[in-house]
Ligand binder design. Sequence first.
Ligand code: RIB
Length: 302
Amino acid sequence: MKLYNYGSINIDHVYRVPHLVQPGETLASSTYQKLLGGKGVNQSIALARAGNNVIHIGRHHIADEIMVQSMHDAGVDMSQLEAIDVPSGHAVIQVDDNAENAIVLYAGANHSFTPEELSGLLETANSGDWLLLQNECSCTAEMIATVVSKGLHVAFNPAPMDDSVKTLPLDKLSLLFVNQVEVLQLLGADTQMEPEPNWLAAQLQEHLPHTKVVVTLGAQGARYFYQGESVFVAAQKVEAVDTTGAGDTFIGYYMQAMLSGLSVEDCLRRASLASALCVQKAGASVSIPLAAEVDQLSGELA
Ligand code: RIB
């Protein structure tokens, strides 16, 4: 079984600020860092650090060869990465003193994929393989249709959420990772509500009966839903420095645990521990823990 990640590659420009900038305000940042990021990259690095062989399908500008080397160093298979003459995707990220962030994205090379190219990108994929994708590359709908027709399992993280996500064939997915606002948006519900787990379980059973759904709940934890049942695991209480990449870390570690055959509860627990370690460091891809660090924390808590 092979695992592919059709994923964004961004250059993250990270500014530490006392508060997120307000309309009309000019705000000085105390630090600036240029780091490799993108939900796609972060999730591939999390998968690799968790112990998976992930093949990343993505594009970046030719001048950014050195930046993407950290994917290789983490153990990501870069054989399907392409360097092209289009600016890499980038993100302008503010991180405030409460560890909250605000992100402006420019898609760049992540949006250079065309529908005609997709089959070629998956030439080596076989029925039973997995493909993970997020919502930062072009042709998301076409990619899902292509891989489903080839018999692959699809795991999808619809972030950053937009109106197009509702039109996607979400019932064809094997696995869906969403936060609470995203799941309410997908269900057409009030995003301010605090949904009861039983209500959410019933809604998801009705709307996505064949899809396993993992809802991340930030500092509270995460809940898995499938066919009316749900499993909850609380998050570790930690002092967060920067939450950027915590969701990506969760997804990578959850998928690695799932593909290793762990129970849903153990997958949620391992992914939550990895996220708890991630938020205690600044940056996205650079703060994703190694499997040994997650093992150590797990051992300390046992
Ligand atoms: O999830 C965090 C990521 O979102 C950042 O690395 C940034 O590139 C944006 O894609």
